[in-house]
Design a binder for this molecule. Sequence first.
Ligand code: DAH
Length: 340
Amino acid sequence: MLKEKIAQLLGEVSGLQANDAAELENLRIKYLSKKGIVNELMAAFRDVPAEEKRAIGIQLNELKSALQNKLAELREALATQEDDHSDLDLTRTPYPVSLGTRHPLSIVKNEIIDIFSRLGFSMADGPEVEDDWHVFSSMNFAEDHPARDMQDTFFVEQHPDIVLRTHTSSVQSRVMEHAEPPIRVICPGRVYRNEAISARAHCFFHQVEGLYIDKDVSFTDLKQVLLTFAREMFGPETKIRLRPSYFPFTEPSAEMDISCNICGGKGCSFCKHTGWVEILGCGMVDPNVLEANGIDSKVYKGYAFGMGVERITNLKYQVKDLRLFSENDVRFLDEFMAAN
Ligand code: DAH
């Protein structure tokens, strides 16, 4: 009886079919699960008379492995069916690949670096979390200078001596304390000031500092380098003018304007109808700064300048709201695709 049942089942194995994973699972449950047919047969096998046990045992094992093999084969067939890409439409228009763009501030920063490297400047770097010495004292700021005020400077809590640098001039000091003149470096980097965020002010922005120290450095050298920079950056027609100013770390100090590159100097709302826009501060390195940083001011002289990268980017690309630079709105960033 059992023998015939097993033989019949063995005959059915090769014809088993499964069209999907659910059907396959049903077959497994029907034949091979705990309560499946094979286990039922195993239970019945216990009552088989001793002389038949061997033959039926072999037959039963044969059925079990035939079922296992068949189900594995069906599983395999289903898996390759899923991998079959024959319904792929290779003529369909592909999804657009959206490429990233370089950030406008990086584009402009790289351009500034390029121009000054052609003029022989190398790059220097310093920390954004800096000590009072490098940001202020070594730069000839008086003890009670208003820039040290809580209103302008972010202090690190419980460390009154540690601040977020308010300008990249701190890197001047970092460079001077290690290098021997001649020194000719530019230092790009992020700076922080305790300002309320608006279209025209932000609590962080970017600067590029420049420093040149050698034996015979004059204000004329400074002016020539800045004129070359302005023309390379804003076009050969660009004019510059220097206005006397004050910075603790330079003497004499000046602020540099360029002829407004938006109206060509004729006067527009961007230059407040003056024809000029300010782009940087500069001057001859104050001898106190050289001495504070271990450089003999009787032998060496220097010039320095510092410019805001946002300011120059605004002039080049007329970005009206500073907040756009840090919001990472893709619609804004995509506008710079062509400049990359
Ligand atoms: N550190 C100044 C600022 O943050 C910019 C500056 C002015 C840098 C004159 C200089 C300089 O090196 O000579 O406003």
